[in-house]
Design a protein around this ligand. Structure first.
Ligand code: GLU
Length: 305
């Protein structure tokens, strides 16, 4: 017997859930129910300047209106700083994380000097300036030594399996570089908090939006570095807005219509290729359970994992 199934939905309370976030919420809930497992909610409020006070309650109410009720009280990341610090200490003690003194400008200059000028909108791949010491400069952030972490597992790219997208590969050292664990402003980075909390909540299956798939190799490296299990991953399709761009809080996506939860759930289900036409149920929780569990099982096939 493997680990018991635990799934989660992990909203950042930076705005209300939109139709795209509802797809991820419904998918993670259905997958937990299809496995007879538990479904947890985690409030990801580490990036405090971007969070809106009271938005966690709004999001939980939106979920409840759709009949998506967590099986335990939500975990709140802003209350967990000591746990993240302990994880960082563990990585530093193992020689897998190091302090960094570089500002964004320093990184841009180092990349330009190395003949890799930064292009607008491209993510900066950290050139490793502080990997072997600060040379008297004050520490600002903390970074993961990606090459050292990759070496724990033979080195090179991370290959992982997604239940929908299939086999994926990324060489984190080349594509991302030594990424930040604790930011220069003292805030914990999403990557560290998500890995520590997926382990703390014993999450066996992560079901979330496809926009996060690119983060998964970083998280797998961190899991290996911290000696915690890697969950099974499924990344769900994005919802596009009228302008053809994926819905996101950053581009101002509207909250889904929580006064009409059945319609919102049906639209989310349709995006997951679940049948919606003949369902007459008007209680949202019953609708999801009666109408979609069998279809979910057939499509995403829990029996085969
Ligand atoms: N908090 C992240 C978000 O709202 C989701 C993180 C995750 O599911 O791993 O986009």
């Amino acid at each position: 017997m493997g680990q018991p199934y635990s799934g989660r939905f992990a909203p950042s309370p930076t705005g209300p859930l939109h139709q795209g976030s509802l797809v991820a919420a419904l998918a993670s809930w259905l997958d937990a129910r299809a496995h007879g497992g538990q479904w947890l909610v985690r409030i990801e409020d580490v990036d405090t300047p971007r969070c809106v006070p009271g938005m966690d309650a709004v999001v939980l109410k939106q979920l409840a209106d759709c009949g998506l009720l967590p099986d335990a009280a939500p975990l709140v990341q802003s209350q967990r700083s000591p746990v993240y610090q302990a994880a960082l200490d563990q990585l530093v003690a193992a020689g897998l994380a190091y302090p960094c003194a570089c500002s964004r400008k320093d990184i841009e200059q180092a990349l330009a000097a190395a003949g890799q000028p930064h292009h607008r909108n491209a993510e900066l791949v950290y050139p490793g300036t502080c990997r072997h010491g600060l040379h008297g400069r004050p520490a600002r952030a903390w970074r993961l030594d990606v090459a050292q972490c990759a070496a724990l597992d033979g080195g090179g790219a991370v290959t992982w399996h997604d239940r929908r997208l299939g086999t994926q590969t990324q060489d984190v050292a080349i594509d991302v570089g030594d990424f930040v664990l604790r930011r220069a402003d003292g805030l914990w980075a999403y990557q560290l908090a998500v890995v520590v909390d997926d382990a703390a909540q014993r999450i066996s299956h992560v079901v979330r939006g496809e926009d996060l798939a690119d983060n998964t190799p970083r998280q797998i490296l961190l899991q290996r570095a911290l000696g915690v299990p890697t969950p099974v991953y499924l990344h769900t399709p994005m919802v596009l807005g009228d302008n053809g761009e994926k819905l996101s809080k950053q581009n101002g996506a509207r909250a889904f219509d929580h006064a009409r939860p059945v319609a919102a759930l049906k639209a989310a289900a349709a995006r997951l290729n679940l049948p919606t036409a003949q369902l007459r149920e008007d209680d949202p929780a019953k609708l999801a359970l009666s109408g979609w569990l069998a279809a979910w099982r057939a499509l995403y096939n829990p029996a085969r994992e």
